[in-house]
Ligand binder design. Structure first.
Ligand code: SF4
Length: 392
């Protein structure tokens, strides 16, 4: 084991990298789901209550290790995000207890954003209010569609009405902000259901919307069904049209398009996710969680068993790390910054300024006020464009 690895595990390098006045963007990972969706290849599993309880104990222990390592002075949570997986496999009370412990151990900045991801199949109405009592002020509800047929194709564990009830409960809970995720680019037979779901969500007064193109992981049931011809996925052009239609509708209805996939009413941007796109520091706890502190990036054991075992031995479950060089930092800044409506400074990509103008003439980039941004059409091919800007 190198000196750096030793240092991370004994925490001194991390504390040095971070400096004395620690401001934490804290992410807590919950790697369990109630059931597996047909398109998802995330590293999550369906597990017994006992297994989840053991994980919860380990997560609290990891939190304790970091909190005591960083000491009390100056550390503050700027935002807290409980994601997964499905954190709402825990009850509202258990969620509240986890959030309260994090706040107590690290200190919570006034007005800090505290988000919990919720699956509509999990919580009763009062669970939302209980989580708010524990400090949650933002819910991100995994809706994906408000049509029963589409939800069945996706093997979601809830129906459309259940999703509507979850959203109403979240809106009535006292949380400051409620967001929903929706999928577009749905299989044949689900045409029209994405834009209709979008309308219903706007009608409910949802503050934040994330829209993602359905992209079944290679070994998922939906990908296998598509390979066998049992399900027909739409052509790229149809998917692009749907995205552009959503952008047009949402912007017309007053939602800010602040990141490729994210829209919100004014004042409801997800501050935690914005911090990732701005390359701010964050600490991720839980199996497979990633962290970035200064020029140091490190990640936890992905395997649940190894994560539990390492914590059980009283050690931090860090399994890998890298030092980010100046050039890598610049590339990250462009890759992440170009995802957002702020874009990046023209100077950051000035080595390809001729190419920039060409892409702007083609309607893919917007260059103004010394900043370069993707247009909605550019967002459709963001990966290609960003590679072009960085390496052409
Ligand atoms: S899509 Fe969400 S709820 Fe479904 S299996 Fe993946 S992480 Fe779990």
């Amino acid at each position: 084991m190198s000196a750096l690895a030793y240092d991370i595990k004994s925490s001194t390098a991390v504390v040095r990298a971070w400096g004395g006045n620690v401001k934490v963007r804290l992410y807590l990972h919950w790697p369990f789901c109630r059931s597996r969706c047909a398109y998802c290849d995330f590293n999550t599993r369906v597990a017994s209550v006992g297994y989840q309880e053991a994980y919860r104990t380990a997560l609290l222990a990891e939190m304790g290790m970091w909190a005591s390592m960083l000491g009390r002075a100056g550390k503050t949570i700027r935002s807290l995000y409980l994601g997964g997986g499905t954190p709402s496999c825990m009850s509202g009370d258990e969620t509240a207890a986890l959030l309260s412990t994090a706040a107590e151990r690290f200190g919570l900045e006034d007005g800090a954003e505290v988000t919990v991801e919720v699956n509509p199949a999990t919580w009763a109405e009062d669970d939302y209010a209980r989580a708010v009592f524990g400090g949650a002020n933002r819910f991100s509800v995994g809706v994906q569609s408000l049509h029963d047929g589409t939800l069945r194709v996706l093997s979601r564990p809830h129906g459309a009405e259940e999703a509507m009830e979850a959203l109403r409960a979240a809106l009535d809970s006292g949380a400051r902000s409620v967001g929903a995720d929706l999928l577009y680019g749905l299989p044949a037979g689900c045409e029209g259901t994405f834009l209709d779901s979008l309308e219903k969500l706007m009608g409910l007064g949802i503050h934040h919307l994330s829209v993602y193109a359905l992209s079944p992981g290679a070994k998922t049931p939906l990908a296998r069904m598509a390979a066998r011809g049992e399900v027909a996925l739409p052509e790229d052009e149809a998917v692009a049209e749907e995205y552009l239609a959503a952008v047009e509708i949402l912007v017309r209805r007053g939602y800010e398009h602040y990141e490729i996939s994210n829209f919100c009413r004014p004042g409801h941007r997800c501050r935690h996710n914005l911090a990732y796109w701005r390359r701010e520091d964050y600490l991720g706890l839980g199996a497979g969680a990633h962290s970035k502190l200064g020029g140091l990036r490190f990640w936890n054991e992905r395997s649940l068993l190894r994560y539990l075992r390492t914590i059980g031995e009283g050690r931090l479950p860090v399994s890998g790390w890298e030092v980010v060089t100046g050039e890598e930092a610049r590339e990250e800044m462009v890759m992440l910054g170009m995802r957002t409506s702020r874009g990046v400074s023209e100077r950051t990509v000035s080595h390809s300024s001729g190419r920039l103008r060409e892409l702007a003439r083609g309607g893919l980039l917007d260059i103004s006020g010394g900043r370069v941004k993707l247009t909605p059409r550019g967002m459709l091919v963001s990966n290609l464009l960003i590679a072009d800007l960085l390496w052409s």
